[in-house]
Design a protein around this ligand. Structure first.
Ligand code: PGA
Length: 309
């Protein structure tokens, strides 16, 4: 069993097909199949089975994938730590939920990079499940999300305010009002992010809290799609103010002064509780807990637009 075989197998597990794994790893499909066959022959158990036109993991395959993620993550950690002990800066692997990765982290990365050019940075953007998976598999050093972690040995430290507001097209009839009762929005079309996103969960909680049955909702798979659809007049949406600063400043979107909003939340940095932090991770955490991170984000939004209060 080699690292390369395990890496290939894990990618098959994540992509759900040989073709997907080959494309993601930039190798040929026969190489992927050969790695699967070698693992199956060595372990003497079937790891994948056909499902329609694709494949899925057997129960044994699911177990191997779990170990593969941990083995590869630990190996990566070993490389990082060994280099660090020898005086080299460890690379920093980050994983962030969409909104944090798209809007909050870039200005912070800029400040970090200016101070620590020696640290190689990489950031993956995904949903909450991906963030937790990458952290527990030790494929990422630090994660970022809009919700505190739920157990699983992950520590979450809030580092920045995250305000969620309701926005609408610029000519929405309620935009000029002083205060809007949430119940008045039950009849609107709500634009919501994809299942698995933190923003969608927060939106559903908001609906439940105000006990309204939404008459019409449209799911759109990204902040960009939600914003464009809202600007085009398709509906209203609850979204992090960080994600719409530019559109509010340009006037493409208007904030609706809905009672009970903004919802005041935090952005969290997440990491494994029991693992020692690398020097690079410690430096990043120091930046997050300093006024520098807050200033970086605020200044950034003064460029494309002011963060709405
Ligand atoms: P999202 O996460 O970008 O996946 O919606 C934001 C959040 O967790 O609040």
């Amino acid at each position: 069993m080699t690292f390369s075989q395990l890496k290939t197998f894990l990618e098959v597990a994540r992509q759900g097909s040989v073709r997907g794994a080959a494309a993601s790893l930039l190798i040929t499909e026969p190489s992927v199949s050969a790695a699967l066959a070698a693992l199956r022959d060595e372990l003497q158990v079937p790891l994948v089975e056909r499902e329609g036109r694709g494949i899925r993991l057997t129960a044994a395959g699911v177990e191997l994938a779990r170990y593969a993620a941990q083995i590869l993550g630990l190996a990566e950690q070993a490389v990082r730590r060994t280099r660090e002990v020898a005086g080299q800066a460890a690379p920093l692997n980050l994983v962030a939920v969409t909104t944090a990765g798209e809007y909050v982290l870039p200005p912070i990365l800029k400040v970090f990079r200016q101070a620590h050019r020696e640290v190689q940075l990489r950031m993956e953007v995904g949903n909450r499940t991906t963030v937790v998976e990458r952290l527990t598999a030790r494929e990422a050093d630090l994660g970022f999300g809009g919700r505190p972690p739920e157990g699983r040995g992950i520590l979450g430290v809030p580092f920045l305010d995250n305000e969620l507001i309701v926005v609408a097209p610029h000519d929405h009839p309620l935009a000029g009002e002083r205060s809007v009762d949430p119940a008045r929005l039950a009849g609107e079309t709500w634009l919501v992010r994809e299942p698995g996103s933190g923003t969608r969960e927060t939106t559903q909680e908001f609906w439940a809290q105000h006990q309204f049955q939404v008459a019409s909702a449209m799911t759109l798979g990204s902040n960009g799609a939600v914003k464009q659809a809202a600007a085009a007049g398709l509906g209203v949406t609850l979204i992090s103010s960080h994600a719409v600063a530019a559109e509010l400043a340009s006037g493409a979107l208007r904030r609706l002064p809905v009672a009970g909003t903004p919802l005041r939340r935090s952005w969290y940095v997440l990491y494994l509780e029991e693992d020692p932090l690398s020097g690079s991770s410690t430096k990043f955490l120091e930046l997050l807990s300093s006024p520098g991170a807050h200033t970086a984000v605020t200044e950034w939004f003064r460029g494309p637009g002011v963060v709405p209060a």
